[in-house]
Design a protein around this ligand. Structure first.
Ligand SMILES: [Zn+2]
Length: 187
């Protein structure tokens, strides 16, 4: 299966200006009921997510679709088997956080669009979300702990926000230290 290309802010030590522009653009709401374009976008994102075993979540803008759609695993985060993966993922369209609970918890996050680095980010350990599911039905969901972190991360993408925008400690590979130091100084 041909892999869907995931857009990245940089590749090696080269900034991707074109990709950055798309990743930084806030996404638009999908029409409800879904039109043909939205249905296609939902299918494409599901495919792109399921063909990878290196991501717990993927947001539409990461594959160049400017709509508010996210795909993510909700359990068995370590399991890379593509058959069970299918049962463990959810799609949300136009997600909106309606409640955040608990003290924020610091955790390390990576992102396919920000390769090779990790950033410490505080997230709420419990959130309630209203959205449409992949069939276009209205749903109200509650996510806890790591799943809540993943959903908050993916929802950031819909507003053009990325892990590099947070002020937590950054872990960068030694070999590209000067590239990343310059990147974080200029951001
Ligand atoms: Zn990400």
């Amino acid at each position: 299966m041909a892999r869907h290309k995931v857009l990245t802010l940089w590749k090696g030590e080269q900034l991707n200006e074109q990709d950055t522009k798309i990743l930084r653009t806030p996404c638009s709401e999908a029409p409800v009921p879904f039109d043909a374009e939205t249905k296609r976008a939902v299918r494409t994102l599901a495919e792109a997510f399921l063909e990878r075993d290196d991501a717990v979540g993927l947001a539409a803008p990461q594959i160049g679709i400017g709509k508010r759609i996210i795909a993510f695993k909700v359990r068995n985060f370590e399991d890379k088997d593509p058959t069970t993966r299918k049962e463990d993922f959810e799609i949300l369209v136009n997600p909106r956080i309606t409640q955040k609970r608990g003290e924020r918890v610091v955790g390390e996050e990576g992102c396919l669009s920000c390769p090779e680095i990790r950033v410490e980010i505080s997230r709420y350990p419990e959130i309630k979300v209203r959205a449409c599911n992949l069939d276009g039905k209205k749903v109200s969901k509650r996510y806890l702990d790591f799943a809540a972190r993943v959903v908050q991360h993916e929802m950031d993408h819909l507003d053009g926000k990325l892990i590099v925008d947070y002020d937590g400690s950054v872990f960068i590979p030694k070999k590209s230290q000067s590239f990343f130091e310059k990147f974080f100084q200029n951001k």
